[in-house]
Design a protein around this ligand. Structure first.
Ligand SMILES: [Zn+2]
Length: 204
C-alpha cells in the first residue's frame, strides 16, 4: 500500500539527508506526524533558510554578509585558514588558536558522495588571493583521503593561477582519518603552530 502523497513527499525529503536511508526517513516522517500540532520543525527549517546567507568573502554560512569574522578589524586579514565546512570554523574558533580569517570550501572532493571540483569554493579562494592582501593560505582540510585530495587540488589551483602566496599545511601526525571538528583543542593548536610550508610565497 502506498503512503498518502504528502507523506511520501516528506519521506523523500528526509531521504535526501546525508546518511539517512528509506527506513530512517519513514521513522522521522512518522515522528513528525505524531505531534500534529507542532509546527516547530517546519518553522525552524524555514527560519534557518531565510535567516542565513553565505558570506561573499569567506563563503561561510552566516547571518550577515560579510560575516562577523570577515568584518572584524581585529582579525589578521592577510592569513587564511582553509577548511571544509562551517563546523571546522567552529572547532578552530573554540580552540582559540587562530587569529587570521577563514575560507570555507563547503565540502571535500569525494567520489562516493559525488562532490567534485566545481562544488567547492576554490575559485572564490583563488580570486580572493589574487585580489591581493593575502600572505599565507593554511590548508586545514581533514587528515583523511578526501581532505588530502582537496588540499592538493587547492594547492594546484593556486599554483595554476600564479598566486604569489605562502601555502602551508597543518602539521603531520594528526590521527589519520579523523575530522578537524573532533580534534582536541591542544591537538588543533599544535597542528596550527607546527604547520609545514608547502610553497614559499616568493617563488609562487
Ligand atoms: Zn566571511
Amino acid at each position: 500500500m502506498a503512503y498518502p502523497k504528502p507523506l511520501e513527499r516528506l519521506i523523500r525529503a528526509f531521504e535526501r539527508f546525508p546518511g539517512v536511508g528509506r527506513r530512517t526517513a519513514e521513522r522521522l516522517a512518522f515522528h513528525v506526524l505524531r505531534d500534529r500540532e507542532s509546527t516547530e520543525l517546519a518553522d525552524a527549517i524555514g527560519e534557518a533558510i531565510r535567516g542565513t546567507t553565505r558570506c561573499s568573502v569567506c563563503c561561510n554560512v552566516s547571518e550577515g554578509d560579510p560575516c562577523a569574522i570577515c568584518s572584524d578589524p581585529e582579525r589578521e586579514s592577510d592569513r587564511l585558514l582553509v577548511v571544509e565546512g562551517p563546523r571546522d570554523v567552529e572547532a578552530v574558533e573554540r580552540s582559540g588558536a587562530w587569529h587570521g580569517r577563514y575560507h570555507v570550501l563547503m565540502g571535500a572532493l569525494n567520489p562516493a558522495d559525488g562532490t567534485q571540483e566545481r562544488h567547492l569554493a576554490v575559485g572564490e579562494l583563488v580570486r580572493r588571493v589574487r585580489s591581493g592582501g593575502v600572505r599565507e593560505v593554511l590548508l586545514a582540510t581533514d587528515p583523511d583521503a578526501e581532505g588530502e585530495a582537496t588540499a592538493l587540488f587547492v594547492l594546484e589551483s593556486l599554483d595554476h593561477a600564479g598566486a604569489k602566496v605562502r601555502v602551508s599545511r597543518l602539521a603531520r601526525g594528526l590521527p589519520a582519518g579523523s575530522a578537524l571538528e573532533y580534534l582536541h583543542r591542544g591537538v588543533l593548536e599544535d597542528a596550527i603552530e607546527g604547520r609545514v610550508t608547502l610553497r614559499d610565497g616568493e617563488t609562487g
